[in-house]
Design a protein around this ligand. Structure first.
Ligand SMILES: Cc1cc2nc3c(=O)[nH]c(=O)nc-3n(C[C@H](O)[C@H](O)[C@H](O)COP(=O)(O)OP(=O)(O)OC[C@H]3O[C@@H](n4cnc5c(N)ncnc54)[C@H](O)[C@@H]3O)c2cc1C
Length: 397
């Protein structure tokens, strides 16, 4: 009898290993193969932006090597191997090392790619992005090589930019944040919470360059010179870009799978091709409000649990929940549940002297989002419940 075909998972991030774990809990016998273009070690990506405050270097963030994961999951793991083609009709994948592998089911957990700003200058190629442990190891090596506190320019004062700013300062470095918005966390947080974060940073070596962008990065005598659109110039040792990520959809597109911003999946995580699933940063989930890309851990864990169960024989829908994003800025703890994009309304702030609670109220008086400082799990849950209740009232039946 021919050996059963494996479930193949492409990627070795938290989405890939999340599905692999959930699947193996329920199915101990079907062969499982994981193919990843990185070395396939397991690490917690959110720790990349608070590792210094946690006293960890890049090597210490690695939780298990690919070999250890292969034993834990009873899986074949091909690290350093990219999947270059998916033949959905033949149910095979082709790899960068020349193999053709047949699958029973295929899971795409391809992640996302950092967006690069168009920047001029002879050092534009030195702008770093950190979306992987290897990138982070590179950043730490650059910082260590300086042997003194570094001047770091961060492009983008969103979630990741602010977390890195806080963490680099915790590591003894100086940071200049550059962002076209008038305040940090502009897309996510109420104005009062952005202001509270700026206050918390007042005594720290964090300089804000708001309402502008970087136009060029040039080599200078003592490092790099970053030119800004408003005519300003910032001297730096390292320039880190944190301007956002784009779901990795090229492989799916070339296989003829439906894609929009991400790889389109239905409520079960199924793509438009039979026996191919997707989740994590590369996926666009289907919700009552249309397709959404949710590049966070909570949704990928929910998707992993559902897809793992479906692959093990129990067809299970992905039930996504609204959740607040916890911002890991040690200077000021924030939890944010921004209103859906395009919501029309206003932020209302309550400052009780200890913490700020902000609610986004739309023109019909319905709460669409919130944010709070110095949050606790109980407060977050209470505000989430408020949001859910308002949502149910807004959608009768
Ligand atoms: C600095 C930072 C801090 C964050 N903090 C938080 C936080 O506090 N809370 C939170 O909820 N979220 C946070 N996030 C987001 C969260 O970490 C991501 O949503 C999540 O880790 C994405 O996991 P993934 O497995 O989908 O993608 P990735 O981790 O990007 O994994 C993609 C995998 O696919 C592989 N791959 C890609 N293409 C191919 C190919 N063609 N062939 C083979 N392999 C391929 C890659 O090598 C990689 O292993 C943070 C993100 C960053 C960058």
């Amino acid at each position: 009898m021919a050996a059963p075909l494996p479930v193949i998972i492409v990627g070795a991030g938290m989405a890939a290993y999340g599905v692999a774990r959930e699947f193996r809990k329920l199915d101990k016998t079907t062969p499982l193969t994981i193919v990843s273009s990185d070395q396939a070690g397991s690490y917690s990506k959110p720790m990349l932006s608070n590792a210094m405050a946690m006293g960890k270097n890049a090597a210490q963030l690695m939780m298990q090597s690919a070999d250890q994961m292969a034993v834990t999951l009873d899986a074949t793991i091909l690290g350093g191997v990219a999947v270059t083609v998916v033949d959905a009709a033949a149910r095979t994948i082709g790899t960068s090392d020349g193999r053709t592998l047949a699958y029973r089911d295929l899971v795409l957990a391809l992640g996302a790619t950092p967006i690069r700003l168009p920047i001029d200058g002879d050092a534009a190629g030195e702008v770093l992005s950190v979306n992987h442990l290897d990138d982070y190891a590179g950043l730490r090596a650059r910082l260590d090589a300086l042997g003194r506190p570094a001047r770091v320019v961060i492009l983008g004062a969103g979630l990741i930019g602010c977390e890195f700013a806080d963490d680099l300062v915790a590591g003894g470095h100086q940071v200049s944040l550059v962002d076209p918005n008038p305040r940090p966390l502009a897309a996510l947080a109420a104005p009062g919470l952005s202001a509270a974060l700026v206050d918390a940073w007042a005594q720290l070596p964090i300089t804000l360059n708001m309402n502008t962008t970087a136009t060029a990065v040039q080599r200078a005598q003592n490092g790099l010179r970053v030119s800004l659109a408003d005519g300003g110039v910032v001297e730096a040792d390292i320039v880190l870009s944190a301007v956002g990520l784009r779901p990795s959809i090229a492989l799916a597109q070339s296989a003829g799978l439906a894609t929009r911003r991400g790889i389109v999946v239905d409520e079960f995580g199924r793509t438009s091709a039979a026996n191919i699933y997707a989740l994590g940063d590369c996926a666009e989930y289907s919700t009552a409000n249309g397709g959404v890309v949710m590049p966070y851990i909570a949704p990928l864990l929910l998707a992993a649990r559902a897809i793992g169960a479906t692959l093990a024989g129990t067809t299970t829908p992905i039930v996504l929940r609204n959740d607040a994003v916890v911002v890991k800025t040690a200077s000021l703890k924030l939890a944010l549940a921004p209103p859906p994009a395009g919501s029309k309304g206003d932020w209302a702030h309550v400052d009780d002297g200890e913490r700020i609670i902000a609610r986004f109220v739309d023109h019909d008086g319905i709460v669409r989002g919130f944010g709070l400082s110095l949050h606790t799990p109980a407060l977050r849950t209470a505000l989430m419940a408020e949001l859910d209740k308002a949502h149910q009232q807004a959608v009768p039946g």
